[in-house]
Design a protein around this ligand. Structure first.
Ligand SMILES: C=CC1=C(C)c2cc3[nH]c(cc4nc(cc5[nH]c(cc1n2)c(C)c5CCC(=O)O)C(CCC(=O)O)=C4C)c(C)c3C=C
Ligand SMILES: [Fe+2]
Ligand SMILES: [Fe+2]
Length: 327
């Protein structure tokens, strides 16, 4: 059976127009694995509390990071896809969980090239229901509807894969200033409830399901070990919280605010929940986060870019995909 790869990332609005941002946020936040309330309650939260104002703020934020060809998240993902494709002789497609190119489009493109056995690659190092799980749900929904003769497989979360830890560690080392007080690992947060659900599922299924928070902490520890960082030189926090429910802690914004009074004046920040730079890294961390930190008395803020199209990242994906194809 002819094999192919489908890379999947989260997705961005089609443009920075408020209406496009609203449509994107509606699709994203109405996903029951992102806001996990019953449909009617979710609909009320999204339509009455989030969509009237948030798209206006988010559109302004997107305008600050948008590049000539579009959203950085999509452009970096496309470059990654092209560069990986150049090194492989079987098709590599790209899709976004929300908006475009859609998962249906990505599967159709591979199908039209004769692919009947697909490795779906959620571009998230750590797994949780609002990312990896929802990608799998959508792929399987479309496969059952339109591509019954296609076999789908999923790449497992790779946060502790030694190849990934090495690339992440090397990317940090190359960007770390000589004299820094602390290296902050800032991961996208999730509501605490999502991790509690994961723990319950692990108990019921007796599968070794790890909470998202623990996967993030483990990612940090493995990189710290690889880079031989002393314990007092690094810290982990969680960003991007939305709404009033408790999210996993500590929060990045509070951490950035308190660091200077604790003597952390020269800070470096990396964001290992993302493999491609996006709104959450470029705007929330390297613009807003930097401003907050400097306002609180910080002196130097270094943002360490995501893996994007690093050659070692491309080579590693190529190696993993060749291994799968030869199996
Ligand atoms: C309940 C809300 C959200 C959960 C849970 C969530 C989890 C989650 N998200 C990412 C990765 C990305 N999120 C991005 C943007 C973004 N995230 C949320 C909300 C939740 N995310 C919103 C509302 C937005 C949109 C922007 C905004 O209005 O603030 C992005 C960037 C997209 C882009 O176009 O650049 C990414 C990537 C992960 C990894 C994750 C769980 C671990
Ligand atoms: Fe998010
Ligand atoms: Fe954000």
């Amino acid at each position: 059976m002819s094999k192919g790869i489908l890379l999947v990332n989260l997705g961005s609005p089609d443009s920075t127009e408020v209406e496009d941002v609203r449509t994107y946020l509606r699709e994203f936040l109405m996903d029951g694995k992102v806001i996990d309330s019953p449909w009617l309650i979710r609909k009320m939260i999204v339509e009455l509390f989030i969509l009237p104002k948030r798209p206006i703020q988010s559109a302004e934020a997107y305008k600050k990071i948008w590049i000539k060809d579009g959203s950085p998240l999509i452009i970096y993902s496309k470059i990654l896809q092209q560069k990986v494709q150049e090194q492989l002789d079987f098709p590599v497609g790209l899709a976004m969980r929300y908006k475009n190119p859609s998962i249906e489009f990505g599967l159709q493109e591979l199908y039209d090239k004769g692919v009947r056995d697909i490795l779906v690659v959620p571009l998230y190092p750590q797994y949780t229901m609002s990312t990896t799980e929802t990608v799998a749900d959508k792929v399987l929904e479309v496969q059952k509807k339109k591509f019954k003769d296609v076999k789908v497989n999923f790449l497992k979360a790779f946060y502790k894969h030694p190849d990934y830890i090495k690339i992440l560690g090397d990317s940090i080392k190359e960007n770390l200033p000589e004299n820094y007080d602390k290296l902050l690992f800032s991961y996208h947060g999730i509501p605490e409830r999502h991790d509690k659900k994961a723990l319950r599922a692990a108990k019921v299924s007796k599968l070794p399901i790890e909470t998202y928070r623990n996967q993030c902490l483990e990612t940090t520890e493995l990189v710290a070990e690889y880079l031989q960082l002393p314990k007092d030189k690094y810290y982990t926090s969680f960003q991007s919280r939305l709404g009033k429910d408790p999210w996993i802690k500590p929060y990045t914004d509070e951490t950035l605010e308190h660091f200077p009074e604790e003597g952390v004046k020269n800070l470096a920040v990396c964001t290992p929940a993302f493999v491609a730079d996006c709104l959450e890294t470029l705007e929330e961390i390297s613009m807003e986060g930097k401003e907050e930190f400097l306002k609180a008395g910080g002196e130097q803020f270094t943002y360490i870019p995501c893996l994007n199209d690093r050659q070692d990242w491309i080579d590693t994906l190529v190696k993993w995909f060749q291994g799968w194809e030869n199996n």
